[in-house]
Design a protein around this ligand. Structure first.
Ligand SMILES: [Zn+2]
Length: 269
């Protein structure tokens, strides 16, 4: 059986689990049974970031990322909430600032200015604490504006370490982030037949720059597509990546977990 899997982006803190009365402990235990050894529990606003940290302090396998999602940018007091994230970033077991980024999918570029301000302030928090950033970048269908804006901001703010969470694009764009010190995190979407660009990325990009994630409770991989996702399903993603790369699944798991520990600066064996 495989072991040592690192789910680099999950939301044990998500209210959906509470609504379904699925216990955190239960999720962790069932994931451990299929070989998941580490979890990065990611916040998306102040409340969920606090919860991410509380859960990380409770369970030894769980680490936390704290941050405010770009879709919150037009709803919150950016300066005030960033200060809260700055405070949370001092917590033990916080390993990244995320998920932060740019999302032009839901409202186009209507809130671009607010999103950029929120992103830049949180990048400052990450740099101050020497944390990587976990970036959520999402474009309108067929466009690349959010990715291009992200690259410009990374260069201008001299960001040296981060993760492109839930990557679904082709290898050329991935390479641009890798050149800047980023890792590319592969979601369960990779198991979808339609994800041709992502398949090409996984085939062409060295395993030394890839991570695995669930983004649970969202985006369950095949054959669980459409169900509530949990970290245990990351095993399907690992298998699929192993097939695409024509590598042994345990080698995929070990390499991606090593990458995760490197980017999160976790010194465990
Ligand atoms: Zn997420």
């Amino acid at each position: 059986m495989s072991k040592g899997l690192f789910d680099t982006h999950t939301h044990l803190n998500d209210p959906w689990y509470q609504e379904e009365q699925i216990e955190t402990k239960e999720i962790i235990e069932s994931a451990k049974k299929v070989g998941v050894s580490y979890f990065c529990n990611v916040g998306f606003d102040v409340k969920s970031s606090k919860r991410a940290l509380t859960q990380a302090l409770k369970y030894k396998e769980v680490y936390a990322a704290v941050g405010i999602h770009p879709n919150e940018a037009h709803k919150v007091d950016i300066d005030l909430e960033t200060e809260e994230i700055e405070t949370l970033a001092n917590g033990d077991k916080v390993v990244a600032i995320g998920e932060i980024g740019l999302d032009y999918f839901h409202n186009g570029k209507k809130y671009r200015d607010q999103q950029i301000k929120l992103l830049e302030l949180q990048i400052d928090v990450a740099k101050k604490h020497n944390f990587p950033v976990a970036l959520h970048i999402r474009d309108e269908e067929g466009k690349e504006d959010a990715y291009l804006d992200a690259l410009e901001i990374i260069d201008r703010k001299k960001v040296k370490s981060g993760i492109i969470h839930c990557y679904t694009q082709g290898p050329e764009l991935a390479q641009k982030f890798i050149e800047r010190g980023f890792y590319i995190s592969i979601p369960g979407i990779v198991t979808f037949k339609s994800a041709k660009a992502l398949h090409k990325t996984v085939r062409e990009i060295s395993i030394n720059f890839l991570l695995l994630e669930t983004d649970a409770p969202y985006l369950a991989p095949e054959p669980m597509r459409g169900k509530i996702n949990t970290s245990s399903y990351i095993a399907y993603t690992a298998d699929y990546v192993a097939n695409l790369k024509n590598m042994d699944v345990q080698d995929i798991i070990t390499a991606t977990a090593t990458n995760a520990k490197k980017v999160f600066k976790i010194s465990l064996t």
